[in-house]
Design a protein around this ligand. Sequence first.
Ligand SMILES: NC(=O)c1ccc[n+]([C@@H]2O[C@H](COP(=O)([O-])OP(=O)(O)OC[C@H]3O[C@@H](n4cnc5c(N)ncnc54)[C@H](OP(=O)(O)O)[C@@H]3O)[C@@H](O)[C@H]2O)c1
Length: 305
Amino acid sequence: MSAVVCPKYGPPEVLEIREIARPVPKDGEILVRIMATPVNSADVRIRGLVVAGFMRIVMRLVLGFNKPRNSVLGTVFSGRVEQTGKRVNQFKVGDEVFGTTGFQLGANAEYLVVPEKGCVTHKPVNASFIEAAALPFGGQTAIYFLEKAKIAERSNPRVLIYGATGSVGTAALQIARHYQATVTAVCSTSGRSLVEELGVADIVLYDQEDFTKRPDTFDIIFDAVGKTTKQQCKHLLNPGGRFVTVDGLDVAAEKKEYLEFLRKLFENNEYDAVIDKVFPLAEVVAAHRYVDTGRKKGNVVLVVA
Ligand SMILES: NC(=O)c1ccc[n+]([C@@H]2O[C@H](COP(=O)([O-])OP(=O)(O)OC[C@H]3O[C@@H](n4cnc5c(N)ncnc54)[C@H](OP(=O)(O)O)[C@@H]3O)[C@@H](O)[C@H]2O)c1
């Protein structure tokens, strides 16, 4: 099968498409024929080992010292169940699924083996494979941090999303709205129309206005891009308010229940898969170069089949 192989940490050009052996599912595992798989900010960080200071050592220990231990990149997938191992109960051949592999990687390939009890479930019935591949990364991260800020326990919360146009930001806007939040989004002028399309009216353009000088206050401030600090905006928090950020040591959990929640939102038309660009698998280097800019809007997806 074809797979995106990362033989060493480095720039996008280190990546190669190679023919490798197709995995075989063991007991309790499913073999997924991958249809689409995104290139997200985590993938480019892993490829380039782009982490600062002490975390660089942690990343090497977790992922592999000079190259990823699993040299096939990719953390998110959508596809069809091709084969099931023994004692698989939740899936059958032909089921359309989506999921994540976390630090196990391996999703930028034609086939992937995952445990049925892992982070995989049936994809939304109304989502294309490309859309389904665009849901988990930003979606799971946004759910995790908004849960941490106890969004479900707040009544009609006022929520500010800083960095509203990335994969995490676009997900956060939509999840906050599900909780009846009044949302203020901070983005650049080039992101304004996207944020408006996602239903947010109160927008601060960071290239024209300093959001920290606004008179409004919020129950939750979520930095979805890791470019502000609690220090800069704590005066904007209501009593009992929470500042949460993707920047720091806290790594968002990946859970089957998060995928099921995203499926429900998508099927209820409460959630859009925001897709910036789609590349064929063979153009993975171009996809990584684009994601490396840090300027993508929403998600970038590789089509595999
Ligand atoms: N802790 C965790 O568990 C976790 C999980 C997932 C992601 N992350 C981290 O979260 C960050 C965001 O991830 P992502 O996948 O959403 O990234 P992304 O999609 O690559 O984010 C790109 C977006 O950020 C916007 N942006 C860039 N600079 C900005 C600034 N100074 N102010 C506001 N917006 C800005 C860009 O819009 P403009 O160019 O128009 O400004 C672009 O739309 C990454 O650093 C990632 O590593 C952490």
